[in-house]
Design a protein around this ligand. Structure first.
Ligand code: BDR
Ligand code: CA
Length: 324
């Protein structure tokens, strides 16, 4: 039985690979892709979702745009990491997959309440849409099986020394989600930095021999260059697919129970996730926190999913078209 999920994302190089993993792995039933402002403005992240779905011939999953700015404060994009388009590197043509006109939050609500079983939400972006969903439709929680998100860290941040980007971009939304009482899994930087797209990984994508495999190499090459320049990494960490992998097979991402709070006020620490792994009785557990990754199984799932989608997309490209 595949697990029904909705990805809420801001593509984003690593979001794009998360979408491919979710759409290409049989353990997942991808109900929708919703977008939000994050790595770039929401118009661009939505266009990028359409671009990667067009490239992978993902034509049966609705894409809906959501919030254009955080709940509080000003919008902050990550053009230094993801480029002006939000997904610089490959050159994409005009996408043929379109977005629906319904707002992301309304689409989520409709799909969640209409689905026969509770659905897993997989946010890989600032949590604005998810917080708004919980505020606008409080009764929706009984239709949510779990939230498995990429964001935060048990250690230091990346956008500031203390805060990870998805938390920093909308701390108030993150606070609402972490205090929602819903089952929650946090895949933070401490584990996503174990998901490095090293040269052997790029060679596996290249070896698929598909156009989509080539696009993945271009995405990771661009991402690798910015990670080298900004943080001195030898290879780029593919953060967002870690959350999808956790849903596919819990054994890929080892977690421990913890209490997690989001810092809202600190002058230098706003958006930091304050994680207590010691289970102090004063701080009740509100999350599963990812600690380690089975890298081999992680990359096997991604390469297999991209291979499956890429072959299907190439076949669709070669299929004779009916005369107009
Ligand atoms: C997170 O921020 C974004 O830049 C990535 O897409 C990922 O979701 C990593 O901090
Ligand atoms: Ca992201």
């Amino acid at each position: 039985m595949s697990v029904p999920i909705i990805i809420d994302c801001d593509p984003g190089h690593d979001d794009a690979i998360a979408i491919l993993l979710a759409a290409g792995d049989p353990a997942i039933d991808l109900l929708a892709i919703t977008t939000v402002a994050g790595n770039q403005v929401v118009e661009k992240t939505t266009l990028n979702a359409r671009r990667i779905c067009t490239a992978a011939a993902i034509t049966d999953v609705p894409i809906a745009a959501g919030c254009a700015r955080p709940l509080v404060g000003t919008r902050y994009v990550a053009a230094d990491v993801h480029g002006d388009s939000g997904m610089d590197g490959p050159s994409f043509g005009e996408p043929t997959v379109s977005a629906v006109s319904e707002h992301a939050v309304d689409l989520m609500y409709r799909l969640l309440t209409g689905h026969p079983e509770p659905v897993v939400l997989v946010p890989t972006a600032p949590l604005t849409n998810i917080a708004l969903l919980l505020i606008r439709y409080p009764e929706v929680t009984r239709h949510i099986r779990e939230i498995v998100l990429m964001g935060g860290s048990t250690e230091r941040g990346n956008r500031t020394p203390a805060a990870e980007f998805n938390m920093y971009a909308d701390p108030e939304a993150a606070d609402i989600v972490f205090r929602s009482g819903l089952p929650l899994t946090m895949c933070g930087l401490n584990v996503t930095h174990q998901a490095l797209a090293t040269p052997d990984v790029l060679a596996r994508f290249e070896g698929l021999g598909t156009e989509l495999g080539g696009i993945c190499v271009e995405l990771m090459t661009y991402f690798g260059a910015t990670y080298r320049k900004l943080w001195g990494f030898d290879a780029p960490p593919l953060h967002d697919p870690v959350a999808v992998a956790r849903v596919i097979d819990a054994a890929i991402v080892h977690c421990a129970e913890a209490s997690v709070a989001v810092e809202l006020r600190g002058q230098h620490t706003r958006g930091a996730t304050v994680v207590d792994l010691h289970r102090h009785p004063d701080r009740p557990v509100n999350a599963q926190v990812a600690l380690s990754l089975d890298r081999e199984r992680f990359w096997d799932r991604i390469v297999t999913a991209v291979g499956r989608l890429g072959e299907r997309a190439d076949r669709a490209d070669r299929a004779p078209r009916a005369d107009p």
